[in-house]
Write a protein that binds this ligand. Sequence first.
Ligand SMILES: [Zn+2]
Length: 76
Amino acid sequence: MGDVRCPNPTCRGPLRRFRDLTEEEVEATRAVVEEYPSERAEKFRPQAYHRCTTPGCRRVQRKDNWRVGGNLPEDL
Ligand SMILES: [Zn+2]
C-alpha cells in the first residue's frame, strides 16, 4: 500500500507500511471513522481506508488523509 505517516505514539517518525483492510476489520473501521462528520456525509467505502502494519499498532486511516482515522479494538 505504500509508506505513509502514522500518528500513533509508537509509530511517529519514519513513514510506516499500511495495507488494505481485511474483511473482519471493515465494520470496526466504519465505527471508528463515523466519529468524523466528513465521513458520515459520504457512503462508507472500505477501500478508502488502510491499516498500519507496525506490530502492536491498530491504526486505521483514510488513504488520502492520514489525519482521518483511529484505532481498531484490541481484538483486531
Ligand atoms: Zn502505526
